[in-house]
Design a protein around this ligand. Structure first.
Ligand SMILES: Cc1cc2nc3c(=O)[nH]c(=O)nc-3n(C[C@H](O)[C@H](O)[C@H](O)COP(=O)(O)OP(=O)(O)OC[C@H]3O[C@@H](n4cnc5c(N)ncnc54)[C@H](O)[C@@H]3O)c2cc1C
Length: 364
């Protein structure tokens, strides 16, 4: 039977980034149920970096990830993963409140019209977040997996964990194809399946709830859109960003409770998205070019979960990354790696209190 120090369940951005941090120090395998890593949430994101997103505690992880995403070490990638476009939180009423650490400025109607030509009159002001950027998600995920493998990590796809049994000093792991593995530590980085994986390890689930989000690529009768800022509603009912010269990615900001599954968009959510979009800009909608959906999975307090399980020895949580799992991945992986290895955290995350994200917080 193959034996590892660490087996990570799930090859999305969470598993890949943590794997890249620990593989040089622990013999590690990532097991991924699908044919390819990144098939689920990681491959379906809106691909932006927005510091204000997710509240003040998540903002700390995002801020601590920025420099790595912008200019990663040369042996990780020859180029950065960010393309700055800025974000306008537009409003018909009050401006939103952002975490104090986030750089932002008020934009009045005249400037707003220049920044988003064709924006309809009720949207009279906005808060502009200049550091918002697109993330090259596929490039980042591939670079984490590359670093993982270079550091000695192994990836096994079409390898769905069926059951794991805790024994003295580790885990006996059974895969759905009948094969078995051993590991001292098992990492639950299974995204929408995190609670199911916990149950398969005879651990208490943490109520990590998957919620479906829809994205639509629209062709519109307007050009020059590619570099416009991301536009979202201060009340959180839509966002869109220019994708090509005359195409946008649009979301109705939906959050539909779902079972863990291969998520697909619902017609009603696409129609809602288009209806909301038409109330923001006068750009004629020509057609839906494509649409997709993915699951964003949240713990009850909507903070991610990093750390060892409170009761089950050797089970490490790396779950509940909601809608910020890509933009927080570099810092979150460094913080989680220090917890898992029992080492001092990297300087970039030293000021972040890991207890905020511990699974033990649900015990008190
Ligand atoms: C529409 C949408 C827009 C988003 N936009 C953004 C954004 O702009 N910026 C941002 O930072 N984040 C965004 N997110 C969130 C981000 O995509 C997620 O937080 C992140 O991808 C979660 O990564 P993960 O590795 O935890 O999950 P996943 O990528 O889902 O990976 C989990 C993996 O575990 C595997 N698995 C499950 N069970 C088992 C098992 N039993 N055995 C083996 N493998 C198993 C699955 O097959 C899956 O591949 C968005 C998400 C969605 C859906």
């Amino acid at each position: 039977m193959d034996s590892f120090d660490v087996v990570i369940v799930g090859g999305g951005i969470a598993g890949a980034s943590l794997g890249a941090e620990i593989a040089a120090k622990r013999r590690t395998m990532i097991i991924e149920a699908e044919d390819q890593c990144g098939y689920h949430s990681t491959g379906r994101s809106a691909a932006f970096y927005l510091e204000s997103y997710g509240g003040p505690e998540v903002a700390k992880l995002s801020l601590a990830s920025h420099d790595f995403l912008e200019a990663p070490p040369g042996d990780f990638s020859e180029h950065g993963f960010l393309r700055t476009r800025g974000d306008l939180h537009v409003t018909k009423g009050e401006l939103p409140e952002l975490p104090p650490s986030v750089e932002a400025r008020i934009v009045e109607r005249a400037e707003l019209e220049q920044m988003v030509p064709g924006i309809r009159p009720p949207w009279h002001r906005a808060l502009f977040e200049p550091r918002c950027a697109d993330i090259d998600v596929a490039g980042l995920h591939a670079a984490f997996l590359r670093a993982f493998r270079r550091n000695g990590g192994e990836v096994r796809t079409r390898a769905r964990l069926k059951r794991a049994t805790s024994r003295a000093g580790g885990w006996d792991i059974e895969l759905e194809d009948g094969s078995t593995l051993r590991a001292s530590i098992l990492v639950n980085a299974a995204g929408a399946w995190a609670d199911q994986v916990a149950l398969a390890c005879s651990a208490q689930p943490l109520d990590i709830a998957p919620k479906r989000r829809t994205l639509v690529q629209l062709r519109v009768g307007r050009s020059g859109l590619k570099d416009l800022p991301l536009v979202d509603d201060a009340l959180g009912t839509f966002y869109f960003k220019g994708e090509g010269d005359s195409t946008v990615w649009l979301s109705p900001h939906d959050e539909i409770p779902s079972e863990p599954c291969d998520a697909a968009p619902d017609e009603i959510d696409i129609a809602t998205a288009i209806d909301r979009f038409e109330q923001v800009v006068d750009w004629p909608v020509e057609r839906v070019e494509r649409s997709w959906a993915g699951l964003r999975s949240f713990a009850p307090d909507r903070l991610p979960v990093y750390g060892f399980d409170a009761d089950v020895q050797g089970l490490f949580w790396c779950a509940g990354q909601g809608g910020f799992g890509i933009q927080t991945s570099p810092a979150a992986a460094k913080m989680a790696a220090a917890l898992l290895l029992g080492e001092e955290p990297d300087a970039s995350v030293k000021a972040i209190d890991p207890d905020v994200f511990s699974p033990r917080r649900f015990k008190s």
